[in-house]
Design a protein. Structure first.
Length: 250
């Protein structure tokens, strides 16, 4: 069952959710440090992170899957959020430069079809940033956070999924090394804990953050040679009447 947009909003208003959002946003911003003039879309529950780019990008829109629901965004200014089918985005081909997908793939009916639709709306050279729960992390095992809902992924699984959708991973990082049980005063040390744990506990982070670029040309699959049927040559055989006749032989 998909999480409701209200549940996601409520999580990001808690102390744990605020800290988690900041830690993930720091990793996203470190990679996308300047999107001036870019056309950006968020798919899933991406609105809390899209605020990073509103003052510099040419255009920023937020799309929520129909199973999730949508909230008004942004709070100030023209409405830039809409409810969509994630495999049928209301956009023209190649109209976006960047797509941020978070709280999306783990609950999608078809993660591959969703990524192929993202591929369609990205311009050549465009990139998608995926934030997905890590199968080996503690957050994927906790019902107290949205990252414990749906299907978590390993790094090899995400790599195969991206390549099947004609994306090439260009950057990997992780976030949320702190256990989701942190509360109160312990959360104040979360940034320091993240920096320390990143050196030793990378396989066990809460989420993968991977950036992948759109491949414009489809790879060609080399097919194995087909077996060729043997050729038959005529063989001269005596006919019952004593005349020479032809028959097929090997």
């Amino acid at each position: 069952m998909s999480l409701d947009v209200v549940d996601l909003r409520d999580f990001y208003s808690t102390s744990l959710g605020i800290v988690a959002g900041r830690l993930i946003a720091t990793k996203i911003r470190a990679r996308w440090n300047d999107l001036s003039g870019q056309r950006v879309a968020g798919i899933g529950f991406a609105a809390p992170y899209l605020t990073l780019f509103r003052d510099e990008a040419e255009r920023v829109v937020s799309f929520n899957p129909s199973t999730q629901g949508v909230l008004e965004w942004p709070e100030n200014g023209p409405l830039a959020a809409a409810l969509v089918e994630e495999t049928e985005l209301p956009l023209a081909d190649g109209c976006l430069d960047r797509v941020l997908a978070i709280h999306l793939l783990e609950e999608a009916d078809s993660a591959l079809d969703t990524l192929r639709e993202i591929w369609r709306v990205l311009a050549p050279g465009g990139t998608v940033m995926l934030v997905a729960p890590n199968r080996r992390g503690v957050w994927a095992r906790s019902d107290a956070t949205p990252f414990g809902n749906g299907r978590p992924f390993s790094r090899p699984q995400l790599t195969r999924l991206l390549r099947d959708a004609l994306f090439s991973p260009v950057n990997w990082t992780e976030a949320l090394y702190l256990p989701p049980m942190f509360h109160g005063w312990a959360l104040r040390s979360a940034p320091a804990y993240e920096r320390f744990a990143a050196r030793f506990a990378s396989p066990f982070a809460g989420v993968h953050i991977v950036e992948a670029s759109k491949q414009v040309f489809r790879p060609i699959t080399v097919r194995a040679k087909r077996a060729v049927a043997p050729k038959f040559t005529p063989v001269l055989l005596p006919s019952p009447a004593g005349r020479i006749g032809h028959a097929a032989g090997g």
